[in-house]
Ligand binder design. Structure first.
Ligand SMILES: Cc1cc2nc3c(=O)[nH]c(=O)nc-3n(C[C@H](O)[C@H](O)[C@H](O)COP(=O)(O)OP(=O)(O)OC[C@H]3O[C@@H](n4cnc5c(N)ncnc54)[C@H](O)[C@@H]3O)c2cc1C
Length: 392
């Protein structure tokens, strides 16, 4: 008889694992609370324009994971440059901050003096100290201070006690203005974006939409759904928020959310050249505006932009505070044999699409003892960001 897996959530994590296990003969059931699959990377439509909630550009460092996604959907490589609007300067600048832009800034002398004085070896205690030690007070105030506080909806960046997820040690860029240099940067070529990845990878599984667990019994690997159905399996895999999966036994974990506001403008294209989205760094209520046709290559006389407003809506960004990271780790340690929690919400990590797929490979290896495409799993320990920067 086939082994059985019950998978919660049908985003990159759940669908990738459903595919990997189904192709090994496992009988997989996937439970998704939404009316459609794909999670945060599902393509939506407004006025015919395809878009996602958040840019969801593929960027990664592993050739093999990039080849993996290309097996299911054709990806179009693209370079991109990011612009940040600094209202006090009345203009946009490149982001990451570019050394050639500094002479164009009104306080360039002060900035240069602060850059000369910085000590990159200093061990900062919080996010604010980290950034000031890396770029000086003036650039921090122009690009990071208000942006981060509005993004996380906090009073002070001193509240953030981790920062390795935020920027490299010397965040001043030089040379080409392309962001995420050295990585695979791409977006699906098809009109429906990543959707065919989800359709193809879930095809071998039984899918239950519009349902969530109301009770979970780890020992029996039994899940009771809202409609009263009880499902059991040999292996239980979750990609839903780990605190919810564990019945909030160690308390609730906080997340930052977003409101996404699509709007169309009567012009073919707004963003210049390789620029595909813009950040707003100061007192505007929004953090980012993305021009989707610059990613999707959708052809139309008008253009769709999506404004992102930080809010309590949705569990999108885990708060990278030591105490929450620690709670998530303890939740992981609580999981008994044959019960797994993976993905962005399941590990409470700031993981990318690439890392999420790689995490699914790690869970697959832990279940079956088999590696996917010989990927070196040390690179891909669940949610480990420290290793990603040295790849390629
Ligand atoms: C705004 C934003 C922009 C991003 N942009 C990028 C980017 O440009 N590039 C990049 O590489 N990464 C980006 N990411 C990260 C990337 O999208 C994620 O790493 C990836 O989508 C995570 O996939 P997942 O399957 O783990 O989670 P999700 O896609 O969140 O899937 C989880 C699924 O579980 C379902 N679910 C939740 N609760 C329950 C429940 N109780 N019962 C049943 N189902 C449930 C959800 O509906 C969802 O379908 C971005 C993330 C955000 C939030």
């Amino acid at each position: 008889m086939s082994k059985t897996a019950l998978i919660l959530g049908a985003g990159f994590s759940g669908c990738t694992l459903a595919h990997l296990l189904a192709t090994k003969g496992w009988d997989c059931t996937v439970v998704e609370k939404d009316h459609a699959i794909g999670g945060g990377c599902r393509t939506l439509f407004y006025g015919g324009h395809p878009y996602t909630n958040g840019p969801r550009v593929y960027y990664g460092y592993s050739e093999r994971v990039y080849q993996w996604i290309n097996r299911f959907i054709e990806m179009r490589p693209l370079d991109f440059e990011l612009l940040s609007y600094v209202e006090s300067e009345h203009r946009f600048f490149s982001y990451p901050i570019h050394e050639d832009d500094i002479p164009l800034m009104s306080k360039s002398r002060q900035i240069q003096a602060e850059l000369q004085a910085r000590d990159l070896t200093k061990k900062p205690a919080d996010f604010e100290e980290y950034w000031i030690s890396r770029v000086g007070r003036t650039l921090y105030d122009m690009f990071v201070n208000s942006y981060s506080r509005k993004m996380w909806r906090i009073e002070s960046n001193k509240q953030l006690d981790t920062f390795s997820w935020s920027a490299k040690d010397n965040p001043i860029n030089s040379g080409s203005r392309i962001a995420y240099k050295g990585s695979y940067l791409a977006y699906p070529t098809g009109y429906t974006g990543y959707n065919p990845y989800f359709d193809k990878t879930i095809a071998g599984a039984t899918l239950i939409l519009n349902q969530s667990p109301i009770a979970i019994d780890f020992d029996r690997r039994a899940v009771t759904l809202g409609d009263g159905t009880v499902l059991t399996a040999d292996v239980l895999i979750s990609s839903i928020p780990i605190d919810e999966f564990c019945g909030f036994s160690r308390g609730e974990l906080p997340y930052a959310g977003r409101d996404f506001i699509p709007f169309v403008l009567p012009i073919k294209r707004v963003s210049p050249g390789n620029v595909r989205f813009f950040h707003y760094t100061q007192n505007e209520p929004y953090t980012r505006i993305v021009e989707y046709k610059a990613l999707t290559d959708y052809q139309a006389e008008d253009t769709l932009l999506v404004m992102e407003l930080p809010s309590a809506n949705g569990k999108l960004y885990p708060y990278m505070l030591k105490k929450h990271i620690d709670t998530a780790k303890r939740y992981q340690e609580d999981l008994p044999e044959n019960v797994f929690s993976t993905g962005r919400l399941g590990t409470y990590r700031y993981s990318t699409i690439e890392q999420t797929i790689a995490q699914a490979f790690t869970v697959f290896r832990n279940i079956t003892g088999q590696r996917v495409d010989n990927i070196d799993e040390e690179f891909y320990e669940i949610g480990d960001l420290s290793l990603i920067k040295d790849r390629k």
